[in-house]
Design a binder for this molecule. Sequence first.
Ligand SMILES: Cc1cc2nc3c(=O)[nH]c(=O)nc-3n(C[C@H](O)[C@H](O)[C@H](O)COP(=O)(O)O)c2cc1C
Length: 381
Amino acid sequence: MLRYFTAGETHGKCLTAIIEGVPAGFKISVDKINHYLAERQKGHGRGGRMLIEKDTAEILSGVRGGISLGSPIAIRIENRDWKNWSEIMGTEESNGEKAVEFPRPGHADLSGGMKYDHHDLRNVLERASARETAARVAVGALARQIVEPFGVNFDSHVVSIGTVSDTADVNAPDFFENVHNSPVRFGDEEAAKKAMEYIDDIKAKGESCGGIVEVIIKGVPAGLGSYVHYDRKLDARLAFSAMSVQAIKGVEIGLGFDTARTHGSAVHDEIVYEDGFSRVTNNAGGIEGGMSNGEPIVLRAAMKPIPTLYNPLRTVSIKDKSEHKASVERSDACAVPACAIVVESVAAFEIANAFLEKFGGDCMADIRASYEAYKERIKNY
Ligand SMILES: Cc1cc2nc3c(=O)[nH]c(=O)nc-3n(C[C@H](O)[C@H](O)[C@H](O)COP(=O)(O)O)c2cc1C
């Protein structure tokens, strides 16, 4: 079983992730991790923080000569902003400056303060911040290296930002090439321009926006997950992990909510056989009965508008209970493109975990043997 922890505050010294359960003998490229960290920092509508940080991962353990050892892998990502915050966020001493008194609606500030009895809400926001997603992207970038040698690949794009939807065909051959070159991860250039204008407009008004992201996972063999165990259902795990990402408020797999608005024959994917089983359509989004069915897995997540507003909403002082405007912490106006990378990363972790549950072993050779035997068996099914 794979598991991971993250640690770190947004203006603390660094972020740390420990990923445990990576078998021995897998090629681990730190460049690949850095590639996805850079992707997370991109996108039209990001705030000043992303200009300061240039995220780079350092692998501290569990890898030797670019190959996993089977022991826990620790990853460290430095916070470059730390130099400006060391006296405020020091673990030994803090000067208590930049205290936060006015909880921001839509953030963890108020409930977190009450829960942990913090009277400086900075103690909450430092950890609740989506800066933590950099650690999760690093974990996902590592996890995908477990399944990529078996032909599994992941990609993501933005379906819509606010009221502007991408109009490109996801199945067009150059779709993802266009997405990768787009500042909003859209496939259609004209729609992307409209989305950027939309972001600029809401930003100028001191507003923020959200959007919908979609992750597409190809090459997953049929049978990952479980119809037997509720807690190993692949759709349940993907939904959990996507929902655990800051600001995600809804998750769909395949047709998702639309399945409830139409009839059975328009939803369920007919089965055909030609050199193996396949489907005429993929409304199920690659998962039936809690298991992958061999079709691409399609996962969508809805991100709410960024809660920190430069034109802040009303709130109340946690000290004297007087009415105030919410605190403003340096913030993005739109982080939907980055969110696509984060959801893709947490999904990669879940797929790698389900893959190891099915084919698990201590090392690449055992996993490869188990995978090949399974592929052979289902080929003759
Ligand atoms: C990639 C990413 C970047 C984010 N950037 C910001 C930001 O700059 N400012 C902000 O207020 N919220 C930002 N958020 C959202 C908050 O972290 C999130 O809404 C908050 O922690 C409250 O959690 P909840 O929305 O899950 O309830 C971001 C979220 C993601 C996924």
